[in-house]
Design a binder for this molecule. Sequence first.
Ligand SMILES: *Cc1c(COP(=O)(O)O)cnc(C)c1O
Length: 398
Amino acid sequence: MTDKSSKTDNTGAGFATRAVRDGQVRTLENEHSEAIFPTSSYVFSSAAEAAARFSGEQPGNIYSRFTNPTVRNFEQRLASLELAECCVATASGMSAITATILGLLQTGDHIVSSRSIFGTTTVLLNNIVAKLGIATTFVDLPDLAAWEQAIKPETRLLFLETPSNPLTDLVDIAALAEIAHKHDCLLAVDNCFCTPALQQPIALCADIVIHSATKYIDGQGRCIGGAVCGTNDVVGEGVYGFLRTAGPSMSPFNAWVFLKGLETLKLRMHAHSEAALQLALWLEQQPQVKKVYYPGLASHPQHELAKTQQSGFGGLLSFELHGGKAEGWALIDATTMLSITANLGDTKTTITHPATTTHGRLTPEERAEAGISDGLIRVAVGLEDIEDIKADLLRGMV
Ligand SMILES: *Cc1c(COP(=O)(O)O)cnc(C)c1O
């Protein structure tokens, strides 16, 4: 857990500077790169000091389930980038969402969530959170009136991802925050696709920002991790309280990898965005392609909102072929470079067929309602040369 008082002093510094420097506390060795602290516990100088630490009278490290200097360094840096008072790191993106819900809600509370969220989050809400007596109503992401209508007296939390995956719908975060606060609800944004380099939900009055650090924060597909950012009250008390007791903690090694990821985050996100825009414009020109979904395109129905809400359009796009599943699979199988994997946020470009993978558990009717056609292909654009990505996609466009 971190708070403002323990940040290193880069007050007034820009985003890229804070991404490189915030949160580091050098040891007596004066190392330049951040140190990794692979230790489960910490030694006290006396029984009295141990007692003072345990009672909370004296701040400091106790046990790495909830206090580790490398993890703290990552938390402080991400909090700074998300403009949050506080950040807690978690073992995965899913445990960040779990810690948010179980740390802040109780039986009888209600959640309103976007329907277009990460598949496992839907399963978490429907199968695990529901079992605890916390029900969820799902609404269409862009439809502000639907969000407000779904709010009940017992609603505590609104939850969403924007842009959505794979169809890149957006919601106006500031407008939804106003609705949330009018009804005494917290607004939580899973900011995995944009990262704070492209979108800072707290500046738009969201209360909680959630991350799967596994994606762009790592940026090179190595580690699983997550984080929750927000105020000292909400995240520093509620979410941290759950985490320190339930224990889905981030390992110091993973925290160190994510720290290194944050240092290049802005550079990478702008490179991913530039490549994705070029690819989207090119795909729109291909006769085999019926439609391209990318917020950076003038043809995107929420292009204007994307321009004001985000400082880049991100690395994720999808496109619909004139054909169906056979043509989709043929295109994917003809690629020789792109990775056939559902992960994203990697330097390596990935390609998937949502209808038979990430959305394969839905019925055909549910898929149709969600807009996931059999000819839909999702690409998470990496950092290879754009001409090589185009050439690889062309192999299967017959
Ligand atoms: C991957 C992902 C998650 C889950 O994160 P893990 O690190 O895999 O647990 C949550 N939300 C979004 C938007 C994701 O893409």
